[in-house]
Design a protein around this ligand. Structure first.
Ligand code: SAM
Length: 241
């Protein structure tokens, strides 16, 4: 009886760990965010196991059934399409339910996008805050306002078509000279990390067709919360679109 959370590569298939392979070979079944995507990886690793769907749309309904299987003595592995399950991906509900039911849970260390992006950024990483995806509409301005006085380096996941809009909002909120970085396609053939002020990053990406997967890092505010922290958006509605 055990639930493993198994990180999978975020691009380069060589980033699978030896232990991840051993665990995937040993479990009774694998729960996958997308069975086709994980099927490709499992075939590459020549691992043949029952593969079940576990994604954001069926997470609530399937958790109890999975807890029952685990209580019957099964060992399951949860994988997401890429990176570490539970990090901006399904997993939290199942982990919480397992802990409630005293089912052992083990998350293997392994690939995740925010760690290499943060370290590559060259921004302070002794303390940082992982913000994942900002809300697209409702709650976006509130969340941004909350970050106005943040002193730690902030890490965001973003999609390519929203990158420029988000960088512009960051420039309005944090100031256009705030140091930041954009990491794109980590571990893949066209990996790049651009570093500079927010205005430099906007100028760079405004000239490009932006493709691929993206992590943005923004340095925190220096010198503590000022009296103006959060003012940039205080009169704006939550629904910006
Ligand atoms: N569970 C994953 C992890 O551990 O990083 C994150 C999954 S989340 C649904 C997908 C987002 O992660 C992408 O939109 C992007 O922001 C980021 N991401 C994933 N792979 C990436 C890569 N190779 N390069 C840059 N960002 C990546």
């Amino acid at each position: 009886m055990k639930l493993y959370l198994v990180p999978t590569p975020i691009g380069n298939l060589d980033d699978i760990t030896l232990r991840a392979i051993k665990v995937l070979q040993s479990v009774d079944a694998i729960l996958a965010e997308d069975t086709r995507t994980s099927g490709v990886l499992l075939r590459h690793l020549t691992i043949s196991k029952p593969l079940h769907s576990y994604h954001i749309f069926n997470e609530h309904q399937t958790v109890q059934r999975l807890v029952n299987q685990l209580k019957e003595g099964k060992t399951l592995a949860l994988v997401s399409d890429a990176g570490t399950p539970g990090i901006s991906d399904p997993g939290f509900l199942l982990v919480r339910e397992c802990i409630k039911n005293e089912i052992p849970v083990e998350c293997l260390p392994g690939p995740t996008a925010f760690v290499p992006a943060l370290v590559n950024s060259g921004l302070p990483n002794d303390r940082f805050t992982f913000e994942g995806f900002l809300p697209h509409k409702k709650g976006r301005q509130t969340r941004l306002s909350e970050l106005a006085g943040e002193e730690r380096t902030m890490v965001f996941y973003e999609s390519p078509h929203r990158l420029l809009k988000t960088l512009q909002q960051f420039a309005d909120l944090f100031g256009s000279d705030r140091p930041a970085s954009v990491s794109r396609e980590l571990t893949k053939m066209f990996e790049e990390t651009q570093r500079g002020s927010l205005s430099e990053l906007i100028a760079y990406f405004a000239q490009k067709t932006i493709k691929g997967e993206i992590v943005i890092c923004v340095q925190g505010r220096k010198g503590g919360k000022g009296k103006d922290a959060g003012k940039a958006f205080e009169n704006e509605d939550d629904d910006d679109e």
